[in-house]
Each structure stands twice: as C-alpha cells, then as structure tokens.
Design a protein around this ligand. Structure first.
Ligand SMILES: C[S@@+](CC[C@H](N)C(=O)[O-])C[C@H]1O[C@@H](n2cnc3c(N)ncnc32)[C@H](O)[C@@H]1O
Length: 217
C-alpha cells in the first residue's frame, strides 16, 4: 500500500525499514532512483542490507542505523519519506526532528500501525496537508495510509478529523473495517471519559455519530 503512494521518487527514505522489502520494491519498480533505509535496530537493518545488496541494488542504497532520520547526511535529493508500521506518536517525533521535510516540502507517506489520530493531529497542527488516504486490510487488521505534504497552513482539528481524516472518502471492505475499528477506540475513550467525569463527552459522541454514518452508507 505505502509503495503505491510513491511515484517518480528521486531519493526515498524508508524509515524503520526492517527486512527492506519495501525499499527493494521501490528500487526494482523504478518508483525510487535511490533509497535511504534506516532502522533503529541492528538486526533488521542488516536484513535490509543483505536483501538489497543480494538483489544487486546495493549501489542505489544507503543504510543507517539510527533513530528516524537522524544523521543521514545530505538531504537535498529526498523526494519522499515513507514510515510504515510504526506508531503515530513515534512518527510525529521522527518528522519533528527532521526539519528538511518542511524546508524541502518532502512528501510524507505514513502507514501508522496504531494511533493514527496522533499523527493526523500532529500534521494538522504543524502545517501539513493530508492530501489523500487509502484504507487497507492486512491479516485481519485495518490501517489507513496517509499522504501529506507541508503547506504552512496550520489548523486545529476535531476528534473526527483526527481519528478519520481523509479516510472518510474511502469505500469498500477495508474502509468499513477501519471505521469500525476507530469507532471501537472511541467507544473505549468515551467510557474512560464518563468514568472520570460522570458524564459523556459531547465531542466524542459527535465524532462517533459521524463515523456511524460512514459505516451505514
Ligand atoms: C513493524 S516494523 C515495520 C517494517 C516496515 N516498515 C514495514 O512496514 O513492513 C518496525 C521497524 O521499525 C523499526 N523502528 C522502530 N522505531 C524506530 C525509530 N525510531 N527509527 C527507526 N526505526 C525504528 C524497528 O526496529 C522495526 O524494524
């Protein structure tokens, strides 16, 4: 899914590359001219090195054992940063620590494993525009892949915008599954709020109603 959001990539950063399969696909399909693959752990990064060099693409790739995008050297040619399979909070920290993303208007492709609401909130509040989303099902779990770019326009976002964002425009099996998953998360959040305050949150209820409308469509 994340790969389909990359086109005509010059240098593409694959953050948290793990086995390196995404990086290799981007190179072999011509979606990326070069790859910067990073991972915070040695063993997964080594797997990526072995896979990509073993496939004869080593000259088109650089590998960094690092947190996010720290100390990756030259950033001028970077067209895309892909972060797939990490949590929304970690994604926000990684983006925040890499000012070149804003400066060079690098396209972000983000597939949060959890806490999609945290990364959407960060993007809205920090001047990034979420341009499209695509929902996906993998092994019975539902995700939404986000494509975003820095535009300087900051906005505060309500609960619905943070939890659903542009996935509201998605249709089909994966979209319905994603909406149901988010609805359950908000149900839990509402329970917690009610226990703490003795009454239900109107904002959460409104977001849940909007999600229900999407699921019933
Ligand atoms: C679930 S895997 C995702 C693999 C791959 N991106 C994918 O979608 O198939 C998460 C990977 O991110 C790495 N990781 C976690 N936190 C990171 C960070 N702050 N910076 C770089 N890599 C990180 C982990 O070591 C692990 O290899």
């Amino acid at each position: 899914m994340a790969a389909s959001f990359v086109d005509s990539g010059k240098t593409v950063c694959d953050v948290g590359c793990d086995h390196g399969k995404l990086s290799l696909f981007l190179l072999q399909s011509g979606k990326a001219e070069r790859i910067i693959a990073t991972d915070i752990n040695k063993a997964p990064l080594q797997k990526a090195v072995d896979l990509i060099t073993g496939a004869g693409c080593g000259q088109k790739a650089e590998f960094y054992l690092t947190d996010g995008l720290q100390n990756i050297g030259k950033t001028d040619d970077i067209s895309h940063v892909v972060i797939a399979g990490l949590g929304g909070q970690t994604m926000a920290q990684i983006i925040h620590s890499a000012p070149f993303i804003k400066e060079n208007k690098v396209r972000l492709v983000l597939l949060p494993a959890q806490s999609g609401h945290t990364i959407r909130k960060y993007l809205y509040e920090n001047g990034f525009d979420i341009q499209k989303e695509e929902t996906v099902e993998e092994k019975g779990k539902f995700y939404s892949c986000i494509s975003a770019v820095y535009t300087q326009n900051t906005r505060t976002a309500d609960i619905f915008a943070c939890y659903i964002g542009k996935s509201r425009l998605c249709e089909g099996y994966a979209a319905k599954g994603y909406f149901s998953m988010v609805y359950s998360q908000l149900e839990k959040k509402q329970k917690g709020f009610t226990i703490e305050n003795g009454f239900a949150s109107r904002d959460i209820s409104e977001a849940m109603d909007k999600i229900k409308n999407l699921t019933d469509k």
